[in-house]
Each structure stands twice: as C-alpha cells, then as structure tokens.
Design a binder for this molecule. Structure first.
Ligand SMILES: [Zn+2]
Length: 339
C-alpha cells in the first residue's frame, strides 16, 4: 500500500534564526533542516508518494482561527527582508485594543518569545496548513492513512494566539475537515502539551482531544496540560491530559498510551483519528526529556493502527534533526504495516 505524504516547498521559505529562551538568545530549534531531513527520508522510500498540495481555502483556516490572527500574518508580510519581529509587550487578555494591522500589536496574539514573525511566516504557515488540510481530504477520498509534513508545526496555536513555534493549528484543521463527516479523536504524542488543540475543541463533544506529555510545571507550555483540564460545557469529559515523568522509556509510555489514552479513545467511538506526531520524545532530543528510541516509534504506530480508523498523521515537534527523518519513517512504517 502506498502512503501519501503532503508537503509544499514554500514551507521552507520561513527561517526563524533565533529565539529568546529564559532571557537568552539561542539558535532557533525549528529550522528548515528538520523538514528537509524528513523530506529526504520520505523520498528514499518507494512506498511513500510525495504530493504537493494546492493552496488551502481561507475558510478552512478561519474555521479554526479568528480573522485577527490571519490579518496579523498578512501585516508581517510588509516587514523588510531579514527583519524579524519579536513582541516585547504581552498585555493581559481583555486589556487594551489590539490592531492586527499594526505589527507592534503582535504581542496581543502571541504567548511566548520564541515564535518570531517575518515576511515569510504567512507563506510557510499557510502551506503547512494546506499539507494537513489535503492529507485529511485524501483520507476522505479513501486513503486509510495520510501524512502531513506540516512544518511549521501547529499544536500550540489556538483560535486567537500563536506561540511554541506554531502559527496555524494543522491538526485542528485536519480534525475540522473530518468533523464535517463524523466524530474525531486527536491524540497528541509530542513531548509538549498540545494546548492549542485543547483550547480549540475544549467546549465541544465533536472532537475528543488527548495529549501525553512532560510535566507542564517544568516544561512548555507551563500553564496548561494538567489532568484536571477535562473540557467544559458539551466538551466536559472530552479532553484528556496525561503527564509522564522526565526520562520515561517506551514500556511506561506504552502503558499510558494504550491503557489510558487509547482506551478512552475507543470509548469515545470516533470515526476518524488525527495524530499530532511530535518526535521530541526521542532520547537525544535537545528540548524533550523522554527516552524513546527509533524502534519505539514503530511500536507506537502499531498501537494506533490497531484502532483501524481513517487517520491523518500531522508532523509536530522533533528537534534532533539528524535522526528526525528516520523516526518519522519508523512511525509511518509501523502504521502502514499493521493496517
Ligand atoms: Zn514539542
């Protein structure tokens, strides 16, 4: 069986050079080399069919994000080449009057100092969203599973905020495509809590969101990702957060994934699955602090494949670039060979 993988070359146009982390200016981990490494690995496999998406309808973005966020990225397109904008004022919600046509108001829509804007942000982020949108369409057209090389990643972006290297929530975009046809589960296996996906679907029972991650008291995004966050209104009971300790290896990870998360997913009885596939759970990852190995990603994917659900796999984090492509292939191979 061939597996379609979606990626557009313009996703490589965005080059964040550095981020501010706890007051230090450090090299930005979310480099184009990540996507290039994955792309090369995908290309080397004869069972993977690389597909370049066409552009995403604006409505598919607006289904998940407010117009101010879209306007702000368009405002950033007017920045000079080589100019990168980092907001330095982050007003408390509800205070002040945001104007997304003023780049100096970017801080209203941003929640961290690691996620820059420049004149190519819109281009890369909208093509990344397109990869995920058309991967979902591909599944609706009959593919059992599709992969979106969605870079920049998306799971930290909420309806009205960007941050955590994420601008549009690619997983949410795929989930909304599916939600028009049935019930959807998003399972987020990135090392960090998928706060944006949680927030977008927090009040609905149409999409179940589960995330397994490092302890937010120690790791990004710090303020969210705790087990008590279970949804609200119609969404109550449709959000799940599982925290695992620093240094977690596959046996303990597998137990949390299968016994807790996938058991809850099965109980929800979804018609479709979206996996937010971050590989910063890898043992050498410079940001994540779990201890998974390449072969573990094959075993992880096998557990997902057992659900027998039409599935989109969205790329999220993973910052040990050298092994990133191999880890993605291990995951896709595990999924495909267990269908
Ligand atoms: Zn992450």
């Amino acid at each position: 069986m061939k597996l379609n993988a979606f990626f557009h070359k313009d996703q490589l146009e965005f080059h964040p050079k550095y981020e501010w982390a706890l007051g230090n200016r450090i090299k930005h981990p979310e480099t184009t080399k990540r996507a290039e490494n994955i792309f090369r690995s995908l290309k080397s496999q004869n069972w993977i069919n690389l597909v370049e998406p066409t552009s995403i309808p604006l409505k598919a973005i607006r289904d998940n994000h407010n117009y101010q966020l879209v306007t702000l990225y368009n405002t950033a397109m007017a920045l000079e080449d080589e100019t990168t904008f980092y907001p330095s004022v982050f007003p408390q919600r509800g205070k002040g009057k945001p104007d997304p046509t003023n780049i100096h108001h970017a801080g209203f829509f941003c929640f961290d100092s690691g996620t820059p804007l420049n004149n190519k942000t819109w281009q890369a982020a909208s093509w990344s969203a397109a990869s995920s949108y058309y991967a979902a369409k591909d599944v609706l057209n009959g593919s059992k599973v599709s992969y979106a090389l969605s870079r920049p990643p998306g799971h930290h972006a909420s309806r009205d905020t960007y941050g955590g290297y994420c601008y549009f929530n690619n997983a949410a975009i795929a989930a909304k495509v599916f939600a028009k046809k049935g019930r959807v589960a998003i399972v987020d296996v990135d090392f960090h809590h998928g706060n944006g996906s949680q927030e977008i679907f927090y009040k609905t029972d149409k999409v179940f969101v589960a995330s397994i991650h490092g302890d937010p008291r120690e790791y990004f995004p710090y303020y969210m990702g705790f087990p008590g966050e279970q949804g609200t209104g119609d969404g109550l009971g449709h959000n799940m957060n599982v925290i695992l300790p620093t240094g977690t290896k596959w046996p303990a990870y597998k137990k949390a994934l299968t016994k807790t998360v996938l058991t809850a997913v099965k109980r929800y009885e979804p018609d479709y699955l979206v996996i937010s596939a971050g590989f910063d759970t890898y043992k050498h990852d410079p940001i994540g602090r779990f201890q998974l190995e390449t072969k573990d990603y094959t075993l992880m994917a096998k557990e997902f494949a057992k659900l027998k659900l039409p599935t989109v796999i969205c790329q999220e984090g993973g910052y040990f670039t050298k092994d990133l492509g191999a880890n993605v292939i291990a995951f896709l191979e595990g999924f495909r060979s267990n269908l």
